[in-house]
Design a protein around this ligand. Structure first.
Ligand code: NAD
Ligand code: UDX
Length: 460
């Protein structure tokens, strides 16, 4: 049996950090070193003040406190971590390509390839290399080709072990996963990784497949999840014109055990770093095999999601008498979902951009997202100069100040705290008529109507 004493993980991001923290917590006899090129990120992981960890995830601070310095280490020394490890997880980012062939759809694998080349160059002992990043099906073939041609007699086994955690619930998802998926060719390597998870995951929930099924299953899981959100969002628009209520429809269909009740929450549109990127990647892969109908089918999930974001912004403009020029819109929430500070592909960014095009001014409050991040998100779009973004968008750290003198409030993230605000006080300090556009169906419609708000939600 192959015994793993040291693990290295390349990439200390939203996946690498929490995943390795839990592996280290559950396997105190294995040394786990998480490495990253980003020295600021590594310094934050090593910060004695646990509120400064680079990623906000409920419960993560306690796990880091327990394992860090014992058998969990964060470092910028990528080479020595590679050299010493028996098993290396690659958990680097795989964003959508922004250039060249496949621009806007294909996954950019340059970071993955750099890791493989670095492992090939540095390794002096046999390694199990684990794909933790989400990758196009058959990426392991390229990794094999790079790793097996080093000429230094080191034996590499490649496994695919995609991660299914969702942000905001990463710790509980890792502690109690629906399943762990391991794809590979060498039974010995597969078993070595099974043993690591088996310290806390019941064996019937650890499934093993061939490499390609494992790689593809990750893209397909995200595509199916995103498809549910786009499906219910499509129905939300139909509800709005027919008098049906999307919450009631979701409840009614979700009670059918074949459909299931989860992931049927209508919203301003899904965000996050994964859904859009992974579906675009799936579309690109299908096209590259000449499967145009398959590609078109999945692309529709993205088209629907883009429509939902713009529809939400357009409804604000239309309701505010067809102009938001010079009007103050308060944004409650900027992250792509509650309980995370991650803003990647957040619907808030695109709704803001659309309203700014119409010359609105926006004041944002989010409990976990910094002003720098919000401006960086808007600047990245390149729609207007960063001076203009700073002139039109204010970021405040008090929700009551955000809503003061607003013509309308838009709820973009479903943070629980928003439900507990003194809505009467907020109402008193706004321009009248005071509008609320609830992009998360979070607030109590009856209560807000009674206070005097003109209240709009999704699909009702
Ligand atoms: P991230 O951007 O938060 O982290 C990736 C890290 O890798 C960055 O800190 C970057 O500096 C580092 N990195 C890149 N190249 C490197 C190199 N050559 N050497 C050392 N460090 C390097 O990304 P993430 O959200 O953690 O996602 C990582 C992968 O996991 C992606 O493929 C993603 O699709 C997948 N995934 C993400 C989630 C999620 O919820 N975020 C869930 C499941 C799977
Ligand atoms: C997703 C997958 O759930 C996870 O398994 C994978 O590993 C990474 O991608 P994540 O993006 O972190 O996780 O969050 P998720 O809970 O899936 O939400 C994604 C987006 O969909 C969010 O913007 C969320 O608000 C939205 N959503 C989700 C809805 O609008 N309605 C729903 O019913 C569920």
């Amino acid at each position: 049996m192959r015994k793993i004493n040291k693990i290295a993980c390349i990439g200390a991001g939203y996946v690498g950090g929490p995943t390795m923290a839990v592996i280290a917590q559950r396997n105190p006899n294995i040394d786990v070193t998480v490495v990253d090129l980003n020295a600021i990120r590594i310094a934050a992981w090593n910060d004695a003040d646990l509120t400064k960890l680079p990623i906000y995830e409920p419960g993560l601070d306690q796990i880091v406190a327990e394992a860090r310095g014992r058998n969990l280490f964060f470092s910028t020394d990528v080479e020595s971590a590679i050299d010493q490890a028996d098993m290396i997880f690659i958990s680097v980012n795989t964003p959508t390509k922004t250039y060249g062939k496949g621009k806007g759809q294909a996954a950019d694998l340059k970071f993955i390839e750099l890791c493989a080349r670095q492992i090939a160059r540095v390794a002096t002992t046999d390694k199990i290399v684990v794909e933790k990043s989400t990758l196009p099906v058959r990426t392991a073939e390229a990794l094999k080709s790079i790793l097996h041609n080093t000429g230094n007699n080191v034996k590499f086994d490649i496994l695919s072990n995609p991660e299914f955690l969702a942000e905001g619930t990463a710790v509980s998802d890792l502690q109690n996963p629906d399943r762990v998926l391991i794809g590979g060719e060498s039974q010995e390597a597969i078993q070595a990784l099974v043993n690591i998870y088996a310290t806390w995951v019941p064996s019937e929930r650890i499934i093993t497949t061939n490499l390609w099924s494992s790689e593809l299953s990750k893209l397909v899981a995200n595509a199916f999840l995103a498809q549910r959100v786009s499906s219910i969002n499509a129905i939300s628009e139909l509800c709005e014109v027919t008098g049906a209520d999307v919450n009631e429809v979701a409840h009614a269909i979700g009670m059918d055990s074949r459909i299931g009740s989860k992931f049927l929450k209508a919203s301003v549109g899904f965000g996050g770093s994964c859904f859009q990127k992974d579906i675009l990647n799936l579309v690109y892969i299908a096209k590259s095999y000449g499967l145009q109908e398959v590609a078109d089918y999945w692309e529709q999930v993205i088209i629907m999601n883009d429509h939902q974001k713009i529809r939400f912004a357009d409804n604000i403009i239309k309701t505010l008498y067809n102009t938001v020029n010079g009007k103050n819109i308060a944004f409650l929430g900027w992250s792509f979902k509650k309980d995370t500070n991650d803003t990647r592909e957040s619907a808030a960014i695109y709704v803001a951009d659309h309203l700014l095009d119409e010359q609105a001014t926006i004041t944002v409050y989010d409990p976990k997202v910094t002003a720098e991040q919000i401006y960086a998100d808007l600047d990245y779009l390149g729609t207007r100069t960063s001076e203009e973004n700073r002139k039109l968008v204010k970021v405040v750290n008090d929700p009551y100040i955000a809503c003061q003198d607003a013509h309308a409030i838009a709820v973009l993230t479903e943070w629980d705290a928003f439900k507990t605000y003194n809505w009467k006080l907020i109402y008193e300090n706004m321009y009248k008529p005071a509008f609320v556009f609830d992009g998360r169906n979070l607030l109590d419609k009856k209560q807000l109507n009674e206070i005097g708000f003109q209240f709009y939600s999704i699909g009702q």
